[in-house]
Write a protein that binds this ligand. Structure first.
Ligand SMILES: [Zn+2]
Length: 153
């Protein structure tokens, strides 16, 4: 199966995530996917993910579990889309926009002093301005990501 290289996330179809699946949407963004949320109906060319039992339109991915790890198994089973490790932590969790690498000086005064001193790479959301960096929280999150993608790695 052909897979887009890291950084080509826009080549993959995005997800439209139904209103009841906020946690799933958040973790899709952590994985680097374009995950619009909350959505009430599918839009053209995107993958509609829903826990609804019935709807007046086709649901591309049907989620039945309340457990996040099982929800991801359901999602991987019903699509050909696979997570790209190169896209991990590359999307704003609030705005769903790709974050962009910024010069270190631009993060000065906007992140905790101790973080600024030991971190070289910062990224910023072009929407809300939030600054992201890889720290201990990223290491913790990575463990959870490994669980959620275990069935497709
Ligand atoms: Zn943002």
């Amino acid at each position: 199966m052909d897979r887009p290289a890291a950084g080509e996330s826009e080549m993959q179809p995005g997800f439209d995530v139904d209103a009841m699946l906020g946690k799933l949407a958040k973790w899709l963004r952590i994985l680097g996917f374009d995950a619009a949320y909350p959505c009430v109906a599918p839009s053209k060319g995107r993958i509609f993910v829903s826990a609804r039992k019935q709807a007046p339109f086709a649901i591309d991915v049907v989620i039945t579990s309340a457990k996040l790890a099982v929800q991801f198994d359901e999602l991987w089973e019903q699509t050909d889309i696979r997570p790209d490790p190169g896209l991990l932590f590359r999307r704003c969790l609030h705005c769903n926009l790709p974050v962009q690498e910024i010069r270190k000086e631009k993060a000065s005064g906007k992140v905790p002093h101790g973080v600024f001193q030991i971190t070289e790479t910062f990224r910023q959301c072009p929407g809300c301005g939030k600054i992201y960096w890889e720290g201990s929280h990223v290491e913790r999150t990575r463990g959870r990501v490994d669980q959620l993608t275990a069935s497709v790695r």
